[in-house]
Design a protein around this ligand. Structure first.
Ligand SMILES: Nc1ncnc2c1ncn2[C@@H]1O[C@H](COP(=O)(O)OP(=O)(O)O)[C@@H](O)[C@H]1O
Ligand SMILES: [Mg+2]
Length: 355
């Protein structure tokens, strides 16, 4: 189980949107995922189409009244569950004020209940009070969405200091990554912001950016993740790339294993077949094959910056597939895969056989 707290005390930077759409993309990739709406505003619940009026139990009942979490749990779709919240959660700070161990209520809940999931995502409120402390102490990873805007960096230093102090005081370990959200691809300002951020935060900045796209807002208004609202949108591709990168963050040893062993056909992992390539120069790498109708745009690889490793996981049915990597627009076979055959047009294509 990995628990990711999505946090930034700045409102409107994309915490809730990231929670909903990352969770849905992980669920699509067959990861059993739980969203914990930990903001009394209940935006994750709303954005997932939950009618607040009809909620009989929420995370507050679980934490404050000892209600079994199953009674509040909403099964949204395959692999995606939600513990919803509403305004009642504001009472938590006051009710627990004099109780020792008040920082560990969520952590204690997840120690047991969280084991039902591969990933738990906590949507935090926009301030650093007891709720956020509970989220941070329940988590092993922190994801901070950052909007490239004039005020986008406001409060970031305070957030990091707070997290560091909390970790020191409690001997807790947290791995922090940053995500550029609401990114405007054609804006010089956003590009400069991204370059500076990369310079200052290095590999703590995720490679994936979430572009600003009206589909994302429309999906939230319709109470759906983009995955269900418009699965063919570019926004959904952003979230799939993010899910891939998060999965790698959770499973870094998979890539290390691949590159520490002699070249073979792409290996099957729990996450799907792992296609991987080392190329420090490339700007973009995609994969095109029988499994995606030879449309490279459908399957971009993401890059692990430090080592110039590109990779993706594709859940493929049993069968035999031909494929090529598309590196900056140029097709070529997989250099690590010894199985190659010629296409009817005489071009070399790699072969992967899934048993
Ligand atoms: N990538 C995006 N493109 C377009 N609108 C977005 C995007 N990300 C977030 N939004 C919109 O911006 C607003 C704030 O986002 P939200 O996720 O609620 O922020 P937070 O939870 O940090 O307060 C919402 O109306 C949301 O629909
Ligand atoms: Mg929010």
């Amino acid at each position: 189980m990995s628990v990711i707290a999505i946090i930034n005390q700045k409102g409107g930077c994309g915490k809730t949107t990231t929670t909903i759409n990352l969770a849905a993309a992980l669920a699509q990739k067959k990861q059993k995922t739980l969203i914990i709406d930990f903001d009394p505003q209940g935006h994750s619940s709303l954005g997932l189409g939950v009618d607040e009026q009809k909620l009989t139990r929420t995370i507050s009942d679980v934490l404050l009244k000892g209600e079994p979490p199953q009674n509040a749990l909403l099964r949204l779709k395959t692999n995606l569950d939600l513990l919803p919240s509403n305004i009642a959660l504001t009472a938590l700070e006051q009710k627990l004020a004099s109780i020792t161990g008040r920082e560990y209520y969520l952590c204690n809940l997840l120690a047991d209940f969280g084991q039902n999931y591969q990933t738990v995502i906590i949507d935090c409120p926009p301030h650093l009070g007891l709720l956020s402390v509970n989220a941070l102490l329940a988590a092993d990873k922190v994801l901070v969405p950052v909007e490239p805007s004039k005020f986008g960096l406001d409060g970031l230093k305070k957030l990091v200091e707070t997290i560091q102090m909390l970790c020191q005081k409690t001997k807790h370990i947290l791995d922090i990554k940053y995500l550029l959200s609401l990114y405007e691809p054609d804006s010089d300002f956003a590009e400069t912001f991204a370059k500076r951020f990369k310079r200052d935060y290095g590999t703590a900045l995720l490679h994936t950016k979430i572009n600003r796209d009206s589909v994302i807002r429309e999906a939230a208004q319709a109470g759906l993740p983009v995955a269900d609202f418009q699965p063919r949108s570019l926004a959904y591709l952003d979230y799939l790339a993010l899910a891939n990168e998060i999965i790698l963050w959770q499973n870094q040893e998979i890539l290390e294993n691949i590159f520490n062993n002699p070249p073979t056909q792409p290996p099957q992992t729990d996450l799907g077949v792992c296609f991987a390539l080392q190329n420090t120069e490339a700007q973009a790498v995609n994969i095109s094959g029988d499994f995606n109708n030879w449309t490279p745009e459908a399957s971009p690889l993401i890059k692990l910056e430090q080592k110039g490793l590109w990779y993706t996981f594709l859940p493929l049915q049993a069968g035999r597939y031909n494929y090529q990597f598309v590196i900056d627009g140029k097709h070529q076979p997989d250099p690590r895969n010894p199985a190659v055959e010629l296409s009817p047009f005489g071009t070399p294509q790699s072969v992967v056989e899934i048993g």
